[in-house]
Design a protein around this ligand. Structure first.
Ligand code: FE2
Length: 189
């Protein structure tokens, strides 16, 4: 027996703006929200004196039915850097250890950083069309190293949960900087 939430939902992603419709939730992430993520706190403070820059925004749609709980998120990361460190997402690990995610890069160029926070690390070069399956044990963060927007789609279960705190505490093993105009991965001690 179908309930009222058990019917298909179709969204339209505009290929120009990469904004989908209808969209029940938009979450902007400003520099002030992400202050502690960046290494160069002096650069953060200098920029904040001038502007509270929008680093990225997430558009989100939860697909809840009576028997399932998938979700779609489209993230748009604006180009730029903070003290040479490229704009990036906050990064998180899933709270549940049995919940993976699929990321699909729609537009732009950069890296997907994957880190178990227990010694294993990978930096996956990303460009339009790259699709990566993220196993449950890996924290994930996306870096925009290009001069235009980087847009990606994430598909996951709502029950996965987001643990941002563990990333804030342990940090990723590498940061990505613009060095002579090119991205360089710098090991963190
Ligand atoms: Fe995730």
């Amino acid at each position: 027996m179908l309930t009222e939430i058990d019917f298909p939902i179709t969204l339209a992603l505009d290929p120009e703006s990469d904004i989908f419709d209808p969209c029940p939730q938009v979450t902007p992430r400003y520099l002030s929200d992400l202050k502690m993520m960046f290494k160069d706190q002096q650069a953060v403070d200098e920029i904040l004196k001038e502007e509270n820059r929008l680093i990225y925004e997430i558009r989100y749609y939860p697909f809840r039915t009576s028997k399932s709980d998938m979700a779609l998120a489209v993230t748009r990361i604006f180009p730029g850097n903070i003290g040479g460190e490229y704009h990036m997402t906050k990064g998180h690990k899933h709270e549940r250890d049995d919940q993976p995610e699929v990321y699909y890069c729609v537009k732009g160029e950069g890296f997907l950083l994957l880190d178990t926070l227990e010694g294993e690390f990978q930096a996956i070069p990303w460009r339009a069309g790259t699709i990566t399956h993220i196993p449950p044990m890996w924290a994930h963060r996306v870096i925009n190293t290009g001069t235009d927007l980087l847009v990606f789609i994430g598909v996951f279960h709502l029950s996965a949960g987001h643990d941002y705190e563990i990333v804030a505490q342990k940090g990723f093993s590498y940061r990505v900087y613009a060095v002579d105009g090119k991205p360089a991965l710098i090991r963190q001690t």
